[in-house]
Design a protein around this ligand. Structure first.
Ligand SMILES: [Zn+2]
Length: 254
């Protein structure tokens, strides 16, 4: 389909600026983030580091929205900005929206949950890159403010980009093979997000998963009997092959 292909390449990408706010005690692979290939968004420039100058102002050592907003850069290249931090945010949310199309997300508690479940912490960033790209699109190329009444999340956990994750540990379901649930697809199309963007994102989300070792480990956990059978059969085959080769060598020598 050459026609579809040419349309595909013409799709203009949403430009996202990623920054790090403060010290990240977690191991974040910046190169892996910058190199992520997507047809719907691109990460512009380098992932710059900004330092946190203020102290926590909340009662539980969290940073209030006003506090975070003060630390975010006013001007940046790109359509919207995502700041990655490790300090707790207001009301213990893991992401907050700010004026001028800016978002701040935190690895606080989230990184621990992902690490325990062997999910790369970059997957959380990928999930947010996709969900905020769609939020930006459905609001006519802008990020709605925090005060705006929005309805893009659902409280039920479905492994969807738009899971609310009020219970933070549920994030594991949408950071390994996340989906866009049928209800969200319906809402997105009703809000005039192009169908080709939705299907492209659905396709790209298949690559947001655990590393190969942990995928195999999961498979073994799910099918233990099959795993034992398979390893017995392969041990038998390797043994047979070994003695066959030995016999051939022996016969050649004599
Ligand atoms: Zn959904």
């Amino acid at each position: 389909m050459p026609h579809a292909k040419s349309q595909h390449t013409k799709m203009s990408k949403v430009k996202i600026k990623l920054i790090i706010l403060g010290q990240l005690p977690v191991d974040l692979d910046k190169l892996k983030l910058s190199n992520w290939k997507s047809e719907v968004f691109e990460i512009v420039g380098q992932i710059d580091n900004y330092s946190i100058v203020n102290n926590a102002d909340g009662l539980s050592w969290e940073f209030s929205d006003e506090n975070i907003e003060e630390q975010l850069p006013e001007n940046y290249d790109g359509d919207f900005l995502i700041a990655m931090t490790h300090v707790p945010l207001e009301n213990n949310y893991y992401a907050r929206r700010f004026a001028n199309n800016r978002i701040c997300m935190t690895f606080y508690e989230m990184a621990d949950i992902l690490n325990i479940n062997n999910i790369p912490i970059e997957n959380l960033v990928y999930r947010l890159l996709y969900s905020y790209t769609l939020i930006y699109k459905r609001h006519g190329n802008r990020m709605p403010s925090r005060d705006e009444i929005t309805s893009f999340t659902h409280d039920e956990t479905r492994g969807c980009l738009f899971d609310m994750n009020g219970i933070k540990s549920d994030v594991v379901y949408s950071t390994n093979n996340p989906i866009i649930c049928d209800q969200c697809v319906q809402k997105l199309t009703a809000e005039k997000v192009p169908l080709n963007i939705i299907s492209e994102i659905k396709e790209e989300l298949k690559s947001v998963k655990k590393g190969i070792y942990y995928r195999l480990a999961d498979l073994i956990k799910k099918y233990p009997v099959w795993a034992i059978l398979l390893s017995t059969i392969s041990a038998f085959i390797i043994g047979t092959l070994g003695s066959l080769i030995a016999t051939i060598i022996w016969e050649k020598l004599i």
